[in-house]
Write a protein that binds this ligand. Structure first.
Ligand SMILES: [Zn+2]
Length: 499
């Protein structure tokens, strides 16, 4: 594994090593060597099941203190969640991001630290009873690490304005994915590079579209949905309304697992519109996610980034994220009490892939009842609990027991905050003739995207896990790194959405 050292010049090479989101959709972390400087773009946590999450415990394959700067594209946990670990292990340099990303990162990282510590205490209690407490790994980081990390944030990135970071000119542009999300134009002596971060769905319910990029030499682009086209917004909204009406008739609980940032606000805004217009009955909505409630405050603060009707509502002093029947659940005791609530109600809780959080106890109490509806509005990694339910597993293991899946499961595809195939190709349209490097996608999805790039006369390559590549070099003859195994296409096993 190459270790960066100060003073080594990689002349004319634009080197990148990806230690996350390479041949997978989580744990984004890319180490760039430009002009002899080492810039880390994103430092995300692996999420979506034990196998992936084990990678969070691997040591960094470089010396954290040797980095010149960190750049963040947006505040999702899979893009910022290992930052406190980087700081715990010695990084003391600046972390550049947009102001909303800094605000959301605080909420996201404090929540993550709390979950780390709670999970550790729980594991320790269990291990003590078995006399195996020595085997429990410590939390990855705690609140103190997060506060040290927050002190390093430099919320100086503004869309369209260039700043110089460690000798590299950095221009962030609107990515349209979540509040504050940016893609980055990096200009160094070697050439011009775009780091896409996560790009938005151009038919999003809240975000403005991404800004068309300028011509560059290389693009590192996310490919979460590079093999499919999302259902349009109007259709998605109609499908959601229908699922809700059907579910209300069942007279049971309607569970909507949702990520706290962007998806929760999109769903709340859509519910408000549909209840106000009479498209769906006004039934109680419980937002059982203190983190989503906190994140919503930032949407008021940075409302200018949102689509015109939402922006207007905010300017008029209205609350576009509050259906009239909304109850915000704060304490875990209140959350538990919801299990005894009679009658139909919508319960929104995290996390979106159902791998942890309050949604789990709601699932334990309701998933086995035929009157329950589970409405899935987010991406489900195939190995996550949500992924197993979507794949049709009859029984799932959660909170220490087996629970039968008898609820009606609705998967609503179009709420995705991610670009689909058409969006990605539209993004590349204005970027000139760059070398296109694919990250943040399942291998078979990226593989299916390669021929589309070739049709447009673009050289495309799948970024290998961990191995360095020269972004301006020739790439791989087939577009695939040596030894890469491409699994067969599998249409099942995941809903749409995505973080
Ligand atoms: Zn994201």
């Amino acid at each position: 594994m190459a270790t960066p050292h100060r003073g080594i010049l990689y002349t004319l090479a634009m080197q990148m090593q990806s230690f996350g989101a390479a041949c997978t959709v989580t744990g984004s972390m890319h180490l760039l060597t430009l002009g002899g400087r080492h810039l880390l773009v994103d430092c995300g946590l692996f999420q979506g099941g034990d196998e992936l999450e084990r990678r969070n415990r691997e040591s960094f394959p470089f010396e954290p203190a040797s980095l010149d700067a960190v750049l963040l594209t947006h505040a999702h946990l899979d893009h910022v969640g290992r930052l406190p670990l980087l700081v715990r292990l010695g990084y003391r340099g600046p972390v550049y991001c947009t102001p909303p990303t800094a605000a959301l990162a605080e909420t996201v990282l404090l929540d993550s630290a709390r979950l780390q510590v709670e999970g550790y205490r729980q594991d320790l209690r269990r291990a003590r009873r078995q006399g195996r407490e020595d085997e429990v790994p410590p939390p990855l980081y705690d609140e103190e690490d997060v506060h040290r990390t927050l002190a390093l944030l430099r919320p100086q990135l503004e869309f369209g304005e260039t700043v110089t970071v460690a000798g590299v000119r950095v221009t962030p542009q609107r990515a349209g994915h979540i509040l504050g999300s940016a893609y980055l134009l990096l200009e160094a002596p070697e050439g011009r590079l775009l780091m896409s971060g996560d790009l938005g769905n151009r038919e999003s319910g809240l975000q403005l579209d991404f800004t068309p990029p300028p011509a560059v030499d290389a693009v590192v682009i996310e490919t979460t949905y590079a093999n499919r086209t999302h259902r349009g917004w109007v259709e998605t909204r109609a499908e959601f309304a229908q699922a809700l009406r059907d579910s209300v008739r069942q007279n049971g609980k309607i569970l909507i697992p949702s990520f706290a940032i962007e998806r929760a606000q999109t769903i709340l805004h859509t519910l408000k519109e549909m209840m106000d217009s009479g498209e769906v009955p006004r039934i109680p909505v419980f937002l059982d996610s203190p983190m989503a409630a906190r994140a919503t405050n930032e949407y008021f603060e940075y409302g200018d980034e949102l689509i015109p009707p939402v922006r207007e509502a905010l300017r008029n002093g209205e609350d576009p994220f509050r259906p009239s029947t909304l109850h915000t659940v704060t304490t875990s005791a209140e959350s538990q009490r919801l299990n005894r609530y009679d009658g139909p109600a919508i319960i929104m809780a995290g996390n979106g892939m159902m791998t942890g959080g309050r949604i789990q106890h709601h699932l334990k109490h309701h998933l086995w009842k035929p009157s329950t509806s589970l409405i899935i509005v987010s991406y489900q990694s195939p190995s996550s609990l949500g992924g197993r339910i979507v794949a049709g597993q009859g029984t799932v293991h959660l909170m220490g027991e087996d629970v039968a899946v008898r609820a009606q499961v609705h998967t609503i595809g179009g709420f995705s905050a991610h670009a689909d195939q058409d969006d990605l190709l539209a993004f590349l349209d204005t970027a000139g003739k760059p070398h296109v490097w694919l990250v943040h996608g399942e291998v078979n999805v990226m593989d299916a995207f390669l021929p589309l790039l070739a049709e447009r006369g673009l050289k495309g390559d799948i970024v290998p896990d961990r191995s360095p590549v020269d972004l301006l070099g020739a790439g791989f003859s087939s577009g695939r790194p040596p030894g890469l195994v491409v699994p067969p296409q599998n249409g099942k096993g995941q809903g749409e959405g995505g973080e």
